[in-house]
Design a protein around this ligand. Structure first.
Ligand SMILES: [Zn+2]
Length: 160
């Protein structure tokens, strides 16, 4: 091998060494890349969501929102985790993904004679003298079924 040939071989080896170090560094840098960020947490403040199933990301916070539903134990935002602070939650089925802080969690059996507009949102139309009719007072009365049990906060029961 000539001196020139040896020089060329040394240059090739040097290049390969630098190249492998370079590739190693690129690989390490790629593995150190931050993970994609979690979806944003939205604050829903004072929003009117009654009779709807609002869009929700995991971690969303609802504050002073109206999420009332027409029928008792209506499921909304199924499979999502959110915090509900001082919200109108009448007839909302409360499940473990929900962290509830204050608010109205009553369950009502509404009468369509009192709430005609609710029939547009799925309340069945009552007969003339339905179960809500109070013959003594001659009025239709909504029936309070009680409070929906508030689930323990997700953190408390150790579920991620
Ligand atoms: Zn009725």
């Amino acid at each position: 091998m000539t001196v020139e040939g040896i020089k060329t071989e040394i240059q090739k080896l040097a290049f390969a060494a630098v190249d492998s170090v370079y590739r190693y560094v690129i690989g390490v840098r790629a593995s150190l890349k931050p993970k994609p960020p979690a979806p944003p947490k939205w604050l829903h403040k004072g929003r009117m969501y009654a009779f709807t199933d609002p869009k929700c990301n995991d971690g969303d916070v609802f504050e002073n929102c109206n999420l009332m539903q027409v029928l008792p134990d209506t499921e909304i935002m199924v499979g999502k985790k959110m915090t509900l602070k001082n919200c109108q939650l009448t007839n909302v089925k409360l499940v473990s993904g929900m962290t509830i802080e204050g608010g109205n969690t009553c369950k009502w059996d509404f009468c369509s004679h009192n709430h005609e507009v609710f029939t547009k949102f799925g309340l069945p139309v009552c007969k003339e003298f339905c179960r809500h009719w109070n013959d003594e007072d001659k009025v239709y009365e909504d029936i309070l079924l009680g409070q929906s049990p508030i689930p323990k906060a997700v953190a408390e029961i150790g579920v991620n």
